[in-house]
Design a protein around this ligand. Structure first.
Ligand code: MG
Length: 382
């Protein structure tokens, strides 16, 4: 099966106001038509995208064209534009077409995919939403009649067809149809209704742009999943001549005692990441009872946590680590520690903070019995 999306955008869009036709106006920092193209581009079953443009607009489309996207000139009416596009793909490998209004930029890739699937079982399919408001006929500013809304739908695009029958239907149609479903039905083609989407509105009036901007902002908001986690760890001083902190061996008159290399700061950070994922802590993934982790470099733990982040569809966006000790002095090593942690997490060092504080000689850290560390990590969905 080879599917082409025919995006009709040759109109002048006068009702929408603005200095340029509505399909070239900006919506959320991108032209309306660029958004529309992106929705189809995201669907892998769409093999080809044909933009049908006004002759005056061909220059505006340069940035949208590519291996899967080309532009042709439309006709004087919408039907003539659709005909041009159908004739363009006729005789190629294309056997299914999606005909879409360029002024519906918020169509979702999921809806496009559903329509393509619907063609497996029907010669044509189109999205629509049931009418829920009461319907009136008005006359001279007054309600002249109320109409039953049973079985009524609000039609949307893309409308999906097998190519040969819709091409024949368009060639035979006298013109004046509201959309391609009307053309198809005039030729006796049965059209299945697929549930449409409220967000898939057609930008017609200036106020529609405001609604589309709000929908877009809400979508972006819903898509971003931000998680934070915290971690805390303590290790006791013991014999030795260096302490491992954030992956750096800091020369000191003692070492830290632990099952692994006892890198208390890296443990706190690793637990912060597991915490953001709600996946327990280091002890759950690397049980202390398991001899294979004896003396292990703690980078093994941090790397595992970061791999889990990627597997869950997130990225680490920043980390902040605080060590609590009187000695050794952390400041001279902080830059190296940031570099080391950033390398292990595969993020840039400006997203990693390493700092330290004393506890004013109070408590176990103040008595220099050990080092405590705390960390925060933030994850953002990809
Ligand atoms: Mg630990």
């Amino acid at each position: 099966m080879t599917t082409a999306a025919l995006i009709v955008a040759a109109g002048r869009g006068l009702r929408a106001g603005g200095e340029v036709p509505k399909q070239w106006q900006m919506l959320g920092g991108q032209s309306v038509l660029a958004r529309t193209v992106a929705a189809f581009y995201a669907v892998k079953q769409v093999d080809e995208i044909v933009l049908v443009l006004h002759a005056d607009d061909m220059g505006l489309a340069a940035g949208l064209l590519g291996p899967r996207v080309r532009a042709i000139t439309g006709g004087a009416t919408r039907a003539a534009s659709v005909c041009n596009a159908l004739e363009t793909v006729a005789g190629s490998a294309v056997n299914r077409v999606l005909i879409h209004d360029g002024a519906r930029p918020l169509v979702s890739p999921a809806l496009i995919a559903r329509l393509i699937s619907a063609l497996d079982h029907a010669p044509a399919a189109a999205p629509a939403l049931p009418v829920t408001d009461a319907l009136w006929r008005g006359q001279a500013g007054n309600v002249a009649a109320t109409l039953p809304r049973d079985g009524l739908f609000r039609a949307q695009t893309p409308q999906a067809f097998r190519l040969a029958p819709i091409l024949a239907a368009h060639r035979a149609h006298p013109g004046g149809a509201a959309d391609d479903v009307e053309v198809a039905r005039a030729a006796g083609i049965e059209v299945a209704i697929v549930p449409g989407e409220e967000a898939n509105l057609k930008l017609t009036f200036p106020e529609d742009f405001g609604r589309a901007e709000r929908d877009l902002a809400a979508q972006r908001h819903a898509m971003i999943d931000i998680r934070t986690g915290n971690g805390f760890d303590v290790h006791r001083f013991g014999p030795g001549d260096a302490v491992w902190l954030c992956g750096v061996a800091v020369p000191f008159e003692r070492g830290l005692i632990g099952h692994s290399d006892a890198d208390v700061a890296m443990h706190a950070l690793t637990d912060a990441i597991y915490g953001a994922l709600a996946e327990g802590d280091i002890g759950r993934h690397f049980p202390p009872s398991d001899p294979q982790w004896r003396g292990a470099a703690s980078a093994v733990f941090l790397r595992h946590a970061v791999a889990r982040v990627l597997a869950r569809g997130f990225a680490v966006t920043n980390a902040d680590v605080t060590m609590i000790c009187e000695r050794p002095k952390i400041g001279p090593h902080a830059a190296a520690m940031r570099t080391e942690l950033a390398a292990i997490m595969a993020i840039s060092p400006d997203r990693v903070s390493v700092k330290a504080t004393t506890s004013e000689q109070l408590g176990f850290t103040g008595r220099e019995e050990g080092i405590a560390a705390m960390a925060t990590a933030t994850l953002v969905s990809l």
